[in-house]
Ligand binder design. Structure first.
Ligand code: ADP
Ligand code: MG
Length: 409
């Protein structure tokens, strides 16, 4: 990027230049018959031009000193900036690349230096033809390109000395993955809010006529006691309306924002008590082993006990339901810096990645008679505590759900 050092001459070397000597020689030529004024004028002219050249040379020396100073400042900046910087000279040689650039293009820094661009990348690697850009002097303002796991914003500009002599193309790369992710989340959240409102309106509109259908079907059921086949049809209608009412109830429940009351709670004791609820459930298999890993020291966490218990019971029930042949159901508590983690693990059937993607979608279930709402509700509760929930699972080996909660709110 910075022009190579053009001159590194000293004052002494300049004084030994031919132009300097010309002036001195002229001064020593003595033409006895020439008028002394003319000789003096010639000498004056030559020494003037030698002086001008001398001045020019000194200026260059100073400029080079500036360039050196500039390099000294620029280098540490380039080492530290988050933006990737790449400079390609007119013949396609990569003259400069900083560590951020090496990271963004996933190449070791040493392999980027003094290489022809095209020996490492395709011509349109950055979303524009480099050959074209170098040949016709084209700059690009903002190009967006997705790489394996990154989204880059790319811009380029010619660096030139003077209007006509272009030295090459400066390419700046910026990782905007995080910004894009946040943007998408905001859009998704807005869309979910809108969908929630719409679902609530639809559910509300369905509820009233549904009540009417159920009421009339119940009357028919009562009056058709002598006509058994018709009475059975009325009974089927009643059952159908009950299912729809449950569904409508769930939609209305999820459309409402969750209300929680936080209270500082001894989380270890709370988890031990929660496990007791699981053990006394009639559906809890007797061949199941339980492992509790709760540290002795007191871990106080602000929680809504009723809501968090319901979230944990959803996870614990799913866990033992995934081990119909028995296994180990573990509940662990870990204290970390400013937060704590609750882990619910099983040694059950596990899930492949396709199933894991759908886990938190409302009404997704693989169980006969499942609602597909347990995990949606669990996540809502955890998020209302300012926490997160993650899943790790290996098919036929088991699953671990990790809830992370802040220690302070
Ligand atoms: P439901 O339990 O009614 O099916 P959930 O939202 O609780 O609804 O769970 C959704 C689905 O996620 C389950 O049907 C099951 O396929 C899967 N799942 C959840 N937890 C586990 C687990 N611990 N092991 C294996 N699969 C699980
Ligand atoms: Mg469930």
């Amino acid at each position: 990027m910075v022009p190579p050092l053009l001159y590194t001459k000293t004052k002494e070397s300049i004084m030994s230049e031919p132009s300097f000597h010309e002036a001195s020689r002229a001064a020593s030529i003595s033409a006895p018959d020439a008028p002394p004024g003319k000789e003096l004028l010639l000498l004056q002219e030559l020494s003037k031009s030698a002086y001008a050249k001398l001045q020019e040379q000194f200026q260059r020396v100073n400029q080079n000193r500036e360039v050196g100073r500039f390099n000294y400042l620029l280098d540490p900046i380039l080492q530290r900036v988050e933006e990737g910087v790449l400079f390609v000279s007119l013949d396609g040689m990569i003259v400069l690349a900083n560590p951020a650039c090496a990271f963004l293009v996933s190449r070791p820094l040493e392999t980027l230096r003094d290489m022809k661009f095209w020996d490492l990348f395709t011509d349109d690697y950055f979303g524009f033809s480099l050959r074209e850009a170098l040949t016709f002097g084209i700059s690009h303002r903002l190009i967006y390109k997705s790489f394996a796991s990154k989204e880059l914003e790319i811009s380029s500009a010619f660096l030139s000395e003077g209007a006509k002599s272009l030295h090459g193309l400066l390419i700046i790369l910026r990782d905007i993955s995080e910004r894009q992710r946040n943007f998408r989340t905001v859009i998704q959240e807005d869309r979910m809010k809108e969908l929630g409102k719409m679902a609530a309106t639809v559910a509300h509109e369905i509820r009233n006529p549904l009540g009417g259908i159920r009421g009339f079907a119940s009357l028919l059921y009562r009056d058709l006691c002598v006509q058994k086949p018709l009475q059975e049809m009325a009974s089927a209608i009643i059952e159908g309306t009950k299912t729809l009412e449950r569904l409508v109830g769930s939609i209305l429940h999820f459309a409402k924002p969750i209300q929680i009351q936080l209270q500082s709670t001894d989380l270890g004791a709370f988890l031990k008590e929660t496990m007791k609820f699981v053990k006394i459930d009639p559906s809890f298999p007797p061949n199941m082993k339980i492992a509790l890993h709760i540290p002795h020291d007191l871990i106080l966490v602000p929680i809504d006990a009723a809501a968090l218990r319901s979230a944990l019971l959803n996870l614990l029930f799913n866990a033992f339901q995934s081990m119909p042949e028995g296994g180990i159901l573990s509940l662990s508590l870990l204290k970390l810096e400013g937060m704590c983690q609750v882990l619910v693990s099983d040694t059950g059937m596990g899930m492949d990645s396709a199933l894991q993607q759908k886990l938190f979608s409302p009404f997704f279930t693989t169980k006969k008679g499942g609602t597909g709402l347990g995990l949606v509700e669990t996540r809502r509760i955890v998020q209302s505590h300012g926490g997160t929930i993650e899943v790790r699972s290996v098919p036929s080996k088991g699953t671990t759900f990790t809830i992370t909660l802040p220690l302070r709110r």
